[in-house]
Design a protein around this ligand. Structure first.
Ligand code: HEC
Ligand code: HEC
Length: 246
């Protein structure tokens, strides 16, 4: 009975201050001025907070290590409710930097492509698959990102990425380039071989493995299926008039 009531009751609204104390303060400090494990959050703007939270980059597991976009389903990310609560809580601290941008799906993808080529391609590659920038830094693939993530990234300029403010990208530019990027073909639909060339040894090993698996497969099923098949064929042959006379 108590269980039923618990399920029926609305989920409690996440408490931003508590979330901050539990998941962020160890690195960003209770006063948000930073520690050796994390930078100050003062005046950085909500776009930056939103970017780091909705892409699952924060809360970080290892400080100062660039991580990729972590999908919500891996469970490493805060829920949307928790993110909004943290943003409300942090809004006064981060005020002064770029706000979370409003973005409309752009209308002119061709214009978006040209803006992308001029401003983004040298880091993220023409195909959007990204590339290395330094030894431990890279421009990530853009083939799975949502339009909100693109808009946040443009206005916030995370890590090594430059910030594009209203002077560089007016609202129209933001709409078009964000729509273009959000519409890049998905990686999973890409027409490439299942594994990348990493030199002859791993490929050879994979080849051997494939052969072993194939042999094991054939063995298992041959032995189970053949007798039945043979019996059927024998019956058919018998009916056909005993062609297989020795
Ligand atoms: C293990 C330490 C650690 C924890 C925990 C952590 N952060 Fe961070 N955070 C960092 C570091 C280090 C950076 C520097 C940038 C990077 O690594 O990408 C950072 C960067 C950020 C930035 C961007 C700051 C800037 O100016 O670029 C924001 C916003 C942020 N963190 C918010 C949060 C929030 C909110 C939480 C809690 C949900 C959190 N972080 C938890 C270590 C941490
Ligand atoms: C100087 C190189 C550079 C340029 C130019 C650049 N980016 Fe980035 N971009 C980066 C890096 C580096 C990151 C990762 C930052 C991090 O995680 O700390 C990034 C991250 C992103 C992300 C987040 C991807 C994810 O998986 O979460 C998006 C979206 C993005 N960039 C879009 C753009 C767009 C659109 C442009 C052009 C308007 C652009 N970038 C220009 C280097 C660049």
């Amino acid at each position: 009975m108590t269980l039923l009531i618990a399920i029926a009751a609305p989920a409690p609204t996440p408490d931003g201050a508590r979330l901050y104390a539990n998941s962020c303060a160890s690195c960003h400090a209770p006063e948000k001025l930073g520690t050796k494990d994390g930078p100050s959050l003062r005046g950085i703007g909500l776009a930056r907070v939103d970017f780091y939270l909705i892409t699952g980059r924060m809360p970080a597991a290892v400080p100062w290590l660039q991580v990729g976009h972590r999908e919500r389903r891996t469970g490493q990310q805060l829920s949307l409710g928790e993110i909004r609560a943290l943003e409300n809580y942090l809004a006064p601290t981060v005020a002064g930097g770029p706000d979370i941008p409003v973005v409309f799906a752009g209308h002119d993808l061709e214009r978006g492509r040209r803006l992308y080529a001029a401003n983004c391609e040298h880091c993220h590659a023409a195909t959007g698959e990204g590339g290395a920038l330094g030894q431990l830094t890279w421009a990530p693939s853009l083939r799975h990102v949502t339009i909100d993530v693109v808009a946040d990234a443009i206005r916030a300029g995370p890590g090594e990425m430059p910030r594009f403010g209203e002077q560089q990208f007016a609202q129209d530019d933001l709409n078009d380039v964000a729509a273009y990027v959000a519409n890049l073909p998905d990686e999973s639909r890409r027409d490439v071989p299942p594994f990348r060339s990493t030199g002859p040894v791993p490929e050879g090993a994979a080849g051997y493995l494939a052969v072993i698996v194939l042999v094991a497969f054939v063995f298992t099923f041959w032995r189970v299926d053949t007798p039945a098949l043979e019996r059927e064929e024998a019956v058919r042959r018998d009916e056909g008039g005993g062609v297989e006379g020795m």
